[in-house]
Design a protein around this ligand. Structure first.
Ligand SMILES: Cc1ncc(COP(=O)(O)O)c(C=O)c1O
Length: 432
């Protein structure tokens, strides 16, 4: 199905395999490793992670079958999701560029995070676990996992970065409607959290701290397993459903992107959208410009490429990634899902080898939110604050085309909706 404004594929054409880019990377992906001292974090992984996810994490298999049970869950969650041509936005900007956005905001919980939440909850259930523990920043991942756990009959405990927990009461209520237990992080519940909580009960927290709490919680309960919402190879793998669908939808439009843009925190949204197109660049010689939209609060893709921990309490193995340091203190923002110290090892390697450009927008977020308003007025969908970064970057690129007269096709993913983020819009845009 396609018209001038929207293309979609029927359910029977939804991809049945995820794409694993690891065997196609321009250099071998450096393996996780243990720090020089202390207990082996690598040896602890099988006790901490969902077995199938750990297997996928290390996999060199290029195409990984999506089990029929997960395909059904994807269908229930409304996949395939449409690709739109932003006709009104193009007119408003007066750009010769063709602008396309993928509608990941058509999601029961509001974002792309359900694509891996459903897979992880499905595998956890198969492996006999009864409870999932996790971190969340924006709250989108926590809600997605709460939803997936609920569908799979599992319990769910969410450690939520306090800076965001404090202003998203309705999103907390949504997680609780799905049956999850939701705690502000750092919390007094875990050793990792308590040490910081005791120093400052209003500590605004970070994803790195919340990850430590989720891991510690799971490790003390044999019926629980820890589930991570971004960064790791298997998470990006599950998210490739986004870009794989988008490629089929581009075929229906009879077009192909020159520029692929999305926002990056830990990298699952950007990776999910861009990796299937990166395949074409690496294997078929296509030329695409990839741009990761970030915040100056944590521009991890502009940082050092080195081994670092993924969490604050150093419970994870060390990952080779672009990192600002796992204990960095960064200012909270309204797009707080982007505030993470390190970027996925896969994307870090691709950035290091020159395949990905980045832009980091100022912490006051005015530019980003003002661009999002232009989009809302033309296209009608309210993006999540994180997705507003993708929109800002796409508009900036389209305006460059206006200056140069280039007729590029610009593709961006709108990873989530902003219906539960209105207080953030009000604050940044001073709406009374
Ligand atoms: C809507 C949305 N988009 C993007 C992100 C960024 O995370 P990641 O880089 O893992 O996609 C988040 C994180 O919470 C999010 O909620």
């Amino acid at each position: 199905m396609s018209g001038t404004r929207q293309a979609n594929i029927p359910l029977c054409e939804m991809p049945t395999q995820w794409y694993n880019i690891v065997p196609d990377l321009p250099e071998p992906l450096p393996l996780p490793m243990d720090p020089e001292s202390g207990p082996s974090r690598l040896a602890n992984l099988p006790k901490m992670m969902i077995g199938e996810c750990l297997k996928q994490e290390m996999s060199q298999e290029r195409w990984v079958d999506i089990p029929p049970g997960i395909q059904e869950l994807y269908a229930q969650a409304g996949r395939p999701r449409p690709l739109f041509r932003a006709v009104n936005l193009e007119k408003e900007l007066g750009t010769p560029a063709r602008m396309y956005y993928k509608g990941e905001f058509f999601s029961p919980t509001g974002s792309h995070k359900v694509n891996t939440a459903l897979a992880q909850a499905y595998y956890a259930r198969q492996e006999g676990f009864e409870r999932l523990t996790t971190e969340t920043g924006a709250g989108q991942w926590g809600t997605a996992l709460a939803y997936a756990a609920s569908l799979m009959g599992l319990k769910c405990t969410v450690y939520w970065v306090r800076a965001v927990y404090s202003w998203k009461a309705d999103r907390k209520a949504l997680m609780e409607l799905f049956g999850a237990e939701v705690l502000a992080s750092p919390s007094p519940r875990t050793r990792a959290g308590k040490a910081l909580y005791d120093m400052d009960p209003n500590h605004h927290g970070s994803l790195a701290i919340a990850i430590s709490e989720g891991m510690e919680d799971a490790s003390s309960d044999p019926k629980a397993v820890y589930s991570l919402g971004s960064v790791l190879n298997h998470v990006l793998l599950h998210q490739t459903i986004i870009g794989l669908e988008a490629k089929k939808q581009f075929d229906r439009f009879g077009d192909y992107p020159d520029v692929v843009i999305s926002c990056v925190g830990g990298g699952s949204n950007f990776g999910g959208f861009a990796i299937p197109f990166l395949h074409d660049v690496l294997k078929q010689g296509k030329k695409i410009k990839f741009i990761a939209a970030q915040s100056q609060s944590t521009p991890n893709l502009q940082a050092e490429y080195r081994y670092d921990f993924a969490d604050h309490a150093e419970l994870t193995p060390m990952l080779k990634m672009m990192t600002l340091g796992h204990r960095i203190e960064s200012p909270p923002i309204k797009g707080d899902g982007l505030r993470y110290h390190g970027c996925s090892p896969i994307l870090s390697l691709l950035r290091h080898t020159g395949y990905i450009d980045t832009v980091a927008y100022p912490i006051d977020e005015k530019h980003v939110f003002e661009r999002a308003v232009i989009f809302v007025k033309c296209e009608g969908f309210l993006p999540a604050p994180e997705s507003a970064y993708s929109i800002a970057c796409a508009i900036d690129e389209a305006l460059k085309c206006k200056e140069t007269g280039e007729k590029k096709a610009i593709a961006f993913n709108i990873s989530g909706h902003g219906f539960l983020d209105i207080p953030g819009y009000r604050k940044v845009l001073d709406i009374r």
